[in-house]
Design a protein around this ligand. Sequence first.
Ligand code: 9UX
Length: 72
Amino acid sequence: SEAKAVFSVIGMKCSACAGSVEKAVKRLPGIRDAAVDVLNNRAQVLFYPSFINEETIREAIEDVGFDATLLK
Ligand code: 9UX
């Protein structure tokens, strides 16, 4: 089954920032899709919970240089 996580991502200033977040998340195992909205500081991620969890995704966003908080 599939789950959705929404993160607040702080510090993105342009669409290339959003692109690097998207790329980093999509490279993780267990990700179905990721969409990052730079204007609203949001990342929505569809993932398979038997392979990856929200905290691992959150850390991958932090690793590319942004502060990420799980919203729901
Ligand atoms: Mo855009 Mo983001 O020039 O760190 S890539 S600001």
